[in-house]
Ligand binder design. Structure first.
Ligand SMILES: NC(=O)c1ccc[n+]([C@@H]2O[C@H](COP(=O)([O-])OP(=O)(O)OC[C@H]3O[C@@H](n4cnc5c(N)ncnc54)[C@H](OP(=O)(O)O)[C@@H]3O)[C@@H](O)[C@H]2O)c1
Length: 267
């Protein structure tokens, strides 16, 4: 099976490198086209990607056509490839904010479409990717998409209606974590640590807490209780965060992302 990417930017690059690294996809099954040539040549050199000369060439050549351009660029790409697509192909789209019906309407035929929502942690093999099938996608199409995205992390089949909350929790929240790591590191610097060391400690704390929660299967609050000795130092910090509205700020930030996502996708 051949996989052809239209758009070879940050996300496509991360997915293609992950597919290459996984060893589950032969190099000659990966091809792609990008508007500017530089990214194509870099991927050709790095992972053996076969360059295509246009989006149309990808649509002609690939069994799985992956749409990895920005949502606002889809209006250039879809009319060009629509007449060339065949029902035996699969279109996988990672563009945010456009539902499967949008593509089905643009194609005007029973072309199977799977919408996937990965995130940039795909660069380190730790994406959480949601996949959902459109009206013409069957279990075999979802399985093809699952195999692709399993190369860059965990994959979760989901109803399309849950994509906004999924993308807030699994994707956008990564920005909160970066903010948190920076705030922790900066507090360490204020208290006298060198910045690189403070950052390393903050990253290790986030990694460790996430892994402990995942592997212990315990409720996060049960784990929190275990590190808060009565009258100790940690509970002082936890109370300070609560008093300053930490949990409410996180909740409101997720609500705001979901609301904006729904507004942009016109729901
Ligand atoms: N970044 C994320 O965390 C993330 C997460 C989930 C989903 N997504 C979705 O992934 C898609 C790509 O995002 P990205 O962050 O990878 O963006 P990006 O780095 O800007 O990549 C988009 C690429 O598309 C290329 N392009 C533009 N018009 C084209 C055309 N007509 N034909 C072929 N290639 C064209 C651009 O080429 P140039 O080099 O010429 O600009 C660029 O390399 C978006 O739809 C986004 O919603 C992104």
């Amino acid at each position: 099976m051949t996989y052809g990417f239209i758009g070879l930017g940050n996300m496509a690059g991360a997915i293609l490198r992950g597919m290459h690294r996984s060893g589950a996809f032969a190099d000659d099954t990966l091809c792609g086209y990008n508007r500017s040539e530089r990214k194509t040549l870099a991927l050709q050199e790095e992972i053996g990607l076969t360059p295509c000369e246009s989006a149309e060439a990808v649509a002609r050549a690939a069994d799985v056509v992956v749409l990895a351009v920005k949502p606002q660029t889809l209006c250039d790409v879809l009319p060009a490839i629509a007449p060339l697509l065949r029902e035996a192909q699969l279109v996988v789209t990672i563009a945010a904010g456009k539902d499967t019906a949008f593509y089905e309407t643009a194609f005007g035929r029973a072309i199977p479409v799977v919408r996937a929502m990965p995130n940039i942690n795909a660069r380190v093999g730790l994406s959480a990717t949601a996949v959902c099938g459109g009206a013409y996608a069957g279990p075999e199409h979802l399985e093809t998409a699952r195999r692709m995205f399993a190369a860059v992390g965990e994959v979760y089949p989901l109803p399309e209606a849950q994509l906004p909350v999924f993308s807030a929790l699994a994707g956008a929240s990564g920005a909160f974590i970066h903010l948190y790591i920076d705030a922790l590191a900066s507090a360490g610097v204020k208290a006298g640590l060198a910045r690189p060391f403070a950052e390393a400690l903050a990253c290790q704390a986030v990694l460790g807490a996430a892994k402990l929660t995942q592997e212990s299967g315990e409720h996060p609050i049960a784990l929190l209780d275990q590190v808060c000795s009565p009258g100790g130092t940690t509970i002082e910090g936890v109370h300070t965060l609560k008093r300053l509205g930490f949990e409410s700020a996180v909740q409101q930030a997720i609500d705001a992302i979901i609301e904006k996502d729904l507004r942009l996708s016109g729901v």
